[in-house]
Design a protein around this ligand. Structure first.
Ligand code: NAD
Ligand SMILES: O=C(O)C(=O)C[C@@H](O)[C@H](O)[C@H](O)COP(=O)(O)O
Ligand code: ZN
Length: 378
């Protein structure tokens, strides 16, 4: 049940255990937590901020008192996830003599937290980083769990490191300025968590009015917290994606829908949003699981229905199967020439499917193309 008293004002702290424990705080007006997460040892803070979010940087900077703050405004969105942008920041940190006791803070969506996290993971082989995600997707997924990355010409997130943050501030008031399509893109990762781990997420998503799912709706708050909880539970068990126990895919489960999703993003030149591509990838693996005899058509349809009710794409035409297959071969789950996919045996019963036949891979793509749902943006 959604708690009707839960608004954006109450704070929730989700603790992430493990060797380097940290907190993920969800609520509003959370800037006052920043100094504590940055820590008292830092004389300098490097703020890596999405250019569009720069007007919001002052509130954070003010909390940092006497610390010197170096501001790195990076290109909006996916454009910042390059080794060239990382190198510009490395060079400036070198010029400034940025030391191991200094701290990086990121302010932006998942692209910014991935880039800033990557710089933090690599500068001096690792300095402290605090993430302040400003998109739904950043809050429920990218800022939590320590995956950091930049893209290369060959594919998405191919260079990166695991580097856990020292803290994450999910200030829901940032969502007030977020475009509706970006909110919807973030919902794809929330719904992914519903399919692989938390059926209650699906039930909430199937019962809310998509038109009123705004930052003030307690249902959104519950979806955010449930999705973060799914991610936290997974990464605490398998931070470095080495595998799960008792047949569970471990951290790879969070990659549900991403094998085709990343290929779609790349082939579109990153004009298709991450969450939109993940939605298409989820329908694709649902079709693949059906062809493999793991799930029935009704669960495939449930994917189309729940993703589609928020306007996420569930069908696409355009790239050829061959183009996408080539890109899927650089997916990190691949082993040699064998492709591996996270699939479902049922809701919340994920498994790894290794080496499906090309016939099934192609047939699943045909089914995605022939779907009558919302088409992917051209
Ligand atoms: N590390 C991980 O575990 C992980 C998980 C999921 C996704 N990701 C990565 O995250 C990225 C996608 O993140 P995203 O969806 O947040 O996209 P994004 O960072 O590209 O942001 C999307 C757009 O929203 C704008 N924006 C951000 N915050 C805003 C705000 N509060 N108000 C108005 N506009 C705002 C940005 O300028 C950008 O144009 C992808 O690169 C994906 O690979 C990483
Ligand atoms: O945290 C994870 O693990 C995930 O897989 C979460 C995904 O939503 C995210 O897009 C991630 O960046 C994909 O990872 P990659 O290893 O396939 O690059
Ligand atoms: Zn993702």
């Amino acid at each position: 049940m959604t708690d009707p008293t839960a608004g954006t004002t109450a704070e929730t702290t989700l603790h992430v255990g493990g060797a380097a424990p940290y907190d993920v705080v969800v609520g509003s007006d959370l800037a006052h937590h920043l100094p504590g997460m940055v820590g008292s040892a830092a004389e300098r803070v490097a703020l890596v901020v999405d250019t569009r979010l720069q007007p919001f940087a002052d509130d954070l900077v003010e909390t940092l008192g006497d610390r010197e703050v170096l501001v790195f405004a990076v290109p909006e969105g996916e454009e910042c996830k390059s080794v060239e942008v990382a190198a510009e920041i490395w060079n400036a940190l070198g010029d400034e003599g940025f030391t191991r006791s200094d701290v990086i803070v990121t302010l932006g969506g998942g692209a910014t937290t991935d880039l800033g996290g990557f710089v933090a993971a690599t500068w001096l082989r690792g300095v402290r980083v605090v993430h302040v995600p400003t998109t739904l997707l950043g809050m429920v997924d990218a800022a939590v769990g320590g995956k950091t990355a930049v893209n290369t010409e060959s594919g998405k997130n191919l260079v990166g490191a695991f580097h856990e943050p020292a803290g994450v501030l999910c200030d829901l008031s940032f969502l007030r300025t977020l475009a509706a399509e970006e909110l919807v893109s973030g919902l794809a990762e929330v719904l992914k968590c519903g399919f692989v781990a938390d059926p209650e997420i699906l039930r909430i998503a199937e019962s809310v009015d998509p038109g009123t799912l705004t930052v003030d709706d307690p249902a959104l708050r519950e979806l955010v917290e449930r999705a973060i909880r799914v991610k936290v539970d997974v990464v605490v068990e398998d931070l470095r994606e080495t595998g799960g126990r008792d047949g569970h895919p471990g951290r790879e489960v969070l990659n549900y829908g991403h094998t085709l999703g990343h290929a779609i993003e790349q082939v579109s030149g990153y004009t298709i949003r991450h969450g939109e591509a993940v939605a298409l990838g989820c329908v694709y693996v649902a079709e693949l699981a059906r062809l493999e005899g793991r799930i029935g058509p009704e669960l495939v349809q449930r994917h189309r229905d729940v993703l589609g009710r928020f306007g996420l794409p569930t069908a696409m035409s355009g790239p050829t199967f061959e183009d996408l297959l080539e890109l899927m071969r650089v997916d990190k789950k691949a082993r040699g020439s064998q492709l591996r996919f996270v699939v479902l045996d049922d809701v919340a019963r994920p498994a790894v499917l290794a080496g499906p036949s090309e016939e099934h891979l192609r047939a699943a793509y045909d089914a995605l193309q022939q779907g009558d749902g919302e088409q992917a943006p051209a």
